[in-house]
Design a protein around this ligand. Sequence first.
Ligand code: NAP
Length: 293
Amino acid sequence: MTRFGRKAARKIGLIGYPLSHSLSPTFQQAALDYYGFRVTYEKWEVAPGQISEAITMLKSPDCLGANVTIPHKEAIVPHLDAIDDFARKIGAVNTVRNNGGRLEGFNTDGVGFRRALEDDACFDPEGKRVVILGAGGGARAVAATLLDAGAAEVVIFNRRYERAASLVTSLLSAGLRGAVRAAQMDRTSLRKMLAKVDLLVNTTPVGMKNGPAPDQSPIPDDLVPASALIFDLVYNPPVTRLLAIAGSKGAQTLNGLPMLVYQGAAAFELWTGEKAPLGLMLERARLALLGRI
Ligand code: NAP
């Protein structure tokens, strides 16, 4: 059941900074057009520290909601009237729904990550040993999802150890249970853990086009495990150095594009009440990534 009439023009925002490389406008607009909604998906570039500017726009009666991305996922939380359980556990919101002037926050990154694991890699996290590289917003959603799914062991490596340790503390104090710990990002610790891992997830931007270390891998090539699933949250380029090395060793690999589209599809369903046209969204995201649209 659609939550809004089809006649009046509406809008949905993408709140972040910068937004020039985002694929979301392309695949979200395609999904809205598929249903013939008079809804425009707009980029709202909001500078760091200026999130309150976006709140007024979000509360406008013609606004259905927004996606929220770096650097506002945590800063937006105090401005919302309610947040769902998963967003509360990880302290970050990536989707806002305007429900008659009441702003409701959700985090669909976990749903997107889990669906990509299951649908695109046939991987069930229950009982599995996992290494996560990075300890930022993406790592938080990934770790919480894996603990919720019953992973046997989750080890978080970050270049700044204290941030990984503080992520572990905040996951446990949010009520998540399971064997989760931080580890020093040194060769010995990495080699020991990676020798017996089932899933390696890169949540750092290392390898990302236009990122801090394009064409590089977050771990030395010789430590990339050959018998694990290697999941890189980076989707541009589609094959990062990490995935190329993993693929050359025969490992199963997955990039971040399905997760990006699945988290967007979950947001679409929250705003519109309609089933997301997933095939169309994936196709548009792939074409946009290749620069063909
Ligand atoms: P974030 O909160 O800024 O965290 C970045 C993490 O990467 C931090 O732990 C940081 O370490 C580490 N890092 C940054 N630069 C590094 C470098 N040069 N070498 C080693 N470590 C480095 O970012 P985020 O929101 O988690 O996003 C991280 C990446 O995941 C981005 O590429 C983003 O596009 C991607 N992502 C994709 C999806 C998807 O749907 N596919 C969803 C979420 C995120 P320090 O703590 O030491 O600074």
